[in-house]
Design a protein around this ligand. Sequence first.
Ligand code: SF4
Length: 347
Amino acid sequence: MTINTSIQAILEQAQAGKIPSREECVQLLQLPEQSYESALLRATADQLSRVKFGQAGMLLAQIGIEIAPCPANCTFCSFARGYTDLPASKMSLDDIFLHGKHLTAHENLHSLFLMTMHDFDFDNLLQAVSELRKHLPADVDIVVNIGDFERQQANELHVAGVKGAYHVRRLREGIDNTLDVEERWRTIENIRHAGMDWYTCCEPIGPEHTPQEIIDQIFEAYAMGCFQNAAMRRVALPKSPLFSRGQISELRLAQIVSVVFLAGLECKELKSLAVHEPNELGLLSGANCIYAEAGANPRDTEAQTERSRGFGLADCERLFMECGYAQVVLPSGKHADLQSNRIKLFT
Ligand code: SF4
């Protein structure tokens, strides 16, 4: 089998620690996902990722703590005001604690995320964070995935115990929803200014997104020094306006994961790379992080995603172990064992 020499040169440079240029990343994204070169790309990213992250995964979990018709109206999300049929609800503090207890039961969770709609009750969130901080083990970070917020609010969240925030300038932000791109960037600056870890992602990727659009989003994240980058495909929800465009395969997503990883080789702030939703191909292509989910989930039509498409703690542990990971990293830098059903897998 012969290999495209220009792709070979890009991968060899990456093995020597040099990130591919934007143009080279476009070339990598233009490869057919079934090609020999794409397989080599994924294998290269997998090996370099295991070295960069010390052969340790990162296990995260998110609790969607409320549901409401969301004014951002993202045309791919199950909460968009224009077409959602999920009844509004707010999770009680007791239920948040209960999920937190289950998700940290194996003492190997790195961070617990609380997710809201774009509009949210700031005081309610602050209270939830403060109370949750008292209940969680010390070596578990609290992270928020919420709408846009001001600098003062970022500082208050940080003081209350929030260690990081997930925020994205999405693909086609302001086109596929009503949000303002500049406001998204201001919030990301506020996260950074408050000293919080910034989690981000190349999302929500659909078949229509061009390599150039994807590369722009990936390089923006590294220019701003993200703590975590990721790739997430858009899930085609039957009632959503973007349903007719379909969704990319996990194989294509894995190829994008590889490019996200290689483009971040020189990013000093980068501590992990996630794939959404959890899957083996992503974990074998440069990602070392997956999320368990409970409560509301924008990619689900059920209000309690732990009963539907959301992965549980044991599901994530099993997936890691099947992909050759025996340990995960904690915020302290210590490593913890994975213990899927207490079965020892030899890795
Ligand atoms: S993705 Fe987030 S901001 Fe967009 S509609 Fe859904 S909840 Fe609102």
